[in-house]
Write a new protein. Structure first.
Ligand code: PCA
Length: 203
């Protein structure tokens, strides 16, 4: 059976909950079409996460890679258009921060997502789940992992599509966090499952 590698992240910064963890756990082991979903959680650690991710890709040998991250404050499911070769911003969970640093010293400036991002957005909106393409994945861990997935895919024909989707807070995170919008965990999971279906149908 073909594999779709689905990754999420652990909690970080001011987010004591990362709703990507529940989604990944819920969808891990499910079958969609010809694909088995293989779910794993990555550290919010600039040193460890890329290593964990590349090791997972080698182990799982996926055909499709979809990585999820929390963007607390957004209201819509947001497939990312582009990953840039930049590390910058706040400290990771190990206390390390980067400023204006490249992810890969001689890497391409940027990679465009190879997931069907427009189709994902249209499919979700038609099903009643608010979604929109995002034109920046930031410069923190999410952008880093999206860049690494697309770098790998650019050098390995076995990967047919790779990319990243940012999700809003869940209700439980919104309650703890303050003034940010939240979605029910059930809707987050259903929306991501639909997005994965769309990826699989388009490969
Ligand atoms: N979101 C962060 C990193 C981990 C996560 O879930 C980001 O947007 O970079």
């Amino acid at each position: 059976m073909k594999k779709l590698l689905l990754t999420g992240f652990e909690p970080f910064l001011s987010n004591p909950i990362n709703p990507t963890m529940d989604i990944v756990q819920a969808l891990n082991g499910k079958t969609i079409g010809q694909y088995e979903i293989v779910g794993h959680i990555l550290s919010v650690n600039f040193q460890k996460a890329p290593e964990q991710f590349l090791k997972l890709i080698e182990e799982v040998q996926p055909t499709i890679i979809v990585s999820l991250g929390l963007a607390a404050g957004i209201a819509k499911i947001s497939p990312e258009r582009v990953a840039i070769n930049v590390k910058d911003g706040e400290k990771d969970n190990a206390g390390h921060a980067f400023e204006d640093a490249p992810i890969r010293a001689n890497g391409d400036v940027a990679y465009l997502s190879t997931l069907p991002i427009r189709k994902i957005v249209n499919r979700l909106n038609t099903a009643g789940y608010p979604a929109a393409i995002s034109n920046s994945a930031g410069t923190y861990l999410c952008n880093n992992i999206m860049y690494e997935g697309l770098y790998y895919a650019a050098n390995h024909d076995s990967i047919r599509a790779a990319g990243f989707i940012h999700i809003p807070a869940s209700f439980d995170l919104a309650i703890q966090h303050g003034r940010i919008p939240g979605w029910s965990g059930r809707d987050l999971e259903a929306a991501i499952e639909l997005a994965l279906e769309e990826c699989i149908e388009n490969v």
